[in-house]
Design a protein around this ligand. Structure first.
Ligand code: CU
Length: 156
């Protein structure tokens, strides 16, 4: 009888221990995930639907920060100019910008301009330009006004 009780107690203790371990391990993983992907705010469309998270790349006088950003397909990236001069974020490669599907600097003066990974013009200091990445891959980009400044968006 005492042996049976001892076995039950042992099972309960081990079970609780396993549960507690898994719980703390899970919350640790959740924290790590949040550290690698830090969506700043959800983008809400006019009808109230959440369009996906928005991530921010800041353009400084030293270049794009972060220079490499991992996002999920469908997320929006805001290129925010906090430098002292204009920036023109555009898909690789300079000067044609044909790396991202559908993007081509030659189409900047057409109706397709709004769907291209190319701001098609300088973004003033203090201003922003946003683009939604629907295509999964690693997309290089640069500042068309200063092509030595570049970065990449990794869409998973
Ligand atoms: Cu360019």
């Amino acid at each position: 009888m005492n042996k049976t009780i001892a076995i039950i107690v042992a099972v309960v203790v081990v079970g609780f221990g396993a549960w507690y371990f898994m719980k703390s391990d899970y919350s640790l993983k959740k924290d790590e995930m949040q550290a690698t992907s830090t969506p700043e705010e959800a983008v809400v469309s006019e009808n109230g639907a959440v369009m996906g998270e928005k991530q921010v790349v800041v353009y400084t006088d030293e270049g794009y920060v972060p220079s490499s950003l991992i996002i999920k397909a469908g997320e929006v990236v805001e290129f925010r100019n906090e430098s002292s001069r204009e920036t023109w974020p555009a898909s690789a490669k300079h000067p044609t910008h044909t790396g991202y599907p559908g993007t081509d600097i030659k189409k900047c003066d057409t109706a397709e301009a709004g769907e291209m990974f190319d701001s098609c013009g300088g973004i003033a200091p203090g201003a922003s330009w946003t683009f939604t990445f629907n295509e999964k891959e690693e997309w290089g980009y640069h500042d068309h006004l200063d092509a030595k400044k570049f970065g990449k968006i990794i869409v998973e």
